[in-house]
Design a protein around this ligand. Structure first.
Ligand code: PLP
Length: 381
């Protein structure tokens, strides 16, 4: 029975597949760790990865974390936002984004998205600002950059902090600048599903040197020295096993990006003529992180998004309805005034139309052809 189940699982095509180095190379890192007997608490591999990432992400300060959510939680904490204040954010994101706001004792206020990039609509932010607003937490959804310039301008005008959830945007550039350099702090996730992964993991990036010590302490229970605990911190430390995976994957992610670029080109070419399928594209001013391949199923396509999802599932191709449900529809947020459908017309339309197709370097062209063929509308359908 177990074998049967495993076989079935193996026949499935998932939306992504983790980037993995060779097992031999990983074992050689494990040998170093065994010899040093240093498993965590800012070890050698951790510090090496932190320094290397400063170069890759082109940013002055990088703080590694055990996962992206704890990193985001810590970013909001490090900015000392007043208790109970409001943080304007997008409902078109993963649960972690609004949850990190709530776990900090702050109130998420949902803002609508713009249909092109599906990121927060900067032109709808100012209407939501009240005397209680302390920050904007925007997400570079699928690696598409938010309108960082407009968001920073609004924040300056209203004296708000800006945090970017860059979980999907590893190495995206905007107007020739690394996406990691915008806002007060950005967060990257290194979860197994991300282009660059450490199994679980993440980091914060920021220009302000004053935040280095604060974030270092918050990540380690607020411990400043053996006898001094300065802050109410948490355990956000990345361990040596995670960091080793990161060091090896750092050597591989560019090649993975190139393979994904080829897959994207194949999809783009094959889907271009299909009526009712819109493929959102990077703005010309940005480079792609190749994190996801989302498509939008418009009303003139013969099937609904859900019907198409089921059609793929019936042939063992597991697409994902990212992001459905939207965060403002979760039980814990649906009562908020900003969760109303009137406040979020574009998000409520897109949530029923978007579908992420399988997208990873090892995706074979035979499967790709099947995916594209499945998307071709059948005559008289
Ligand atoms: C947009 C977004 N924010 C935050 C996170 C949380 O990151 P992690 O899974 O590393 O905790 C994710 C997740 O994967 C995400 O997609």
């Amino acid at each position: 029975m177990k074998n049967l189940q495993e076989n079935k699982q193996n026949n499935k095509t998932f939306v992504t597949q983790p980037l993995l180095p060779s097992l031999e190379e990983y074992i050689s890192h494990l040998k170093d760790i065994w010899e040093s007997k240093w498993l965590t608490n800012m070890g050698e591999k951790h510090n090496l990865l932190e320094n290397r990432l400063k170069g890759v992400l082109k940013i002055k300060n990088v703080s590694l974390f055990n996962n992206g959510a704890i990193a985001l939680l810590t970013a909001l904490k490090a900015l000392d936002l007043p208790a109970g204040s409001e943080v304007i954010t997008t409902p078109f994101t993963f649960a972690a984004t609004p949850h990190c706001i709530s776990w900090n004792g702050l109130l998420p206020v949902f803002c609508d998205i713009e249909p092109g990039t599906m990121c927060i609509d900067p032109d709808k932010i100012e209407n939501l600002i009240t005397a209680k607003t302390s920050a904007i937490l925007a997400v570079h959804v699928y690696g598409f950059p938010c309108d960082v310039e407009k968001i920073e301008k609004i924040a300056q005008k209203h004296h708000l902090k800006v945090i970017f959830d860059a979980a999907h945007a590893f190495t995206t550039e905007f107007k020739g600048k690394s996406i990691a350099t915008f806002g007060d702090i950005s967060m990257f996730s290194f979860h197994a599903t991300k282009l660059f992964n450490t199994a679980e993991g993440g980091c914060l990036t920021y220009n302000n040197d004053d935040l280095v010590k604060k974030i270092y302490n918050l990540r380690n229970f607020g411990i400043q020295s053996e006898e001094i605990v300065e802050e109410i911190g948490i355990n956000g430390k990345m361990n040596e096993l995670q960091a080793s995976l990161g060091l090896l994957n750092l050597e591989l992610f560019e090649e993975e990006k190139n393979k994904r670029a080829e897959i994207k080109a194949f999809y783009d070419q094959n889907l271009a003529g299909i009526k009712g399928i819109r493929v959102p594209q990077m703005p010309e001013t940005a480079t792609n992180s190749y994190q996801y391949y989302p498509i939008v199923i418009e009303d003139d396509y013969p099937l609904s998004r859900n019907e198409l999802y089921e059609k793929f599932k019936s042939i063992n191709i597991m697409t994902r309805k990212y992001f459905y449900p939207i965060c403002s529809d979760y039980e814990c947020y649906k009562g908020l005034p900003s969760s109303s459908k009137e406040n979020l017309p574009v998000t409520n339309e897109i949530k029923n139309k978007v579908l992420c197709l399988p997208f990873y370097g090892n995706l074979d062209f035979e499967t790709l052809k099947i995916i594209c063929k499945t998307l071709m509308p059948v005559r008289n359908q």
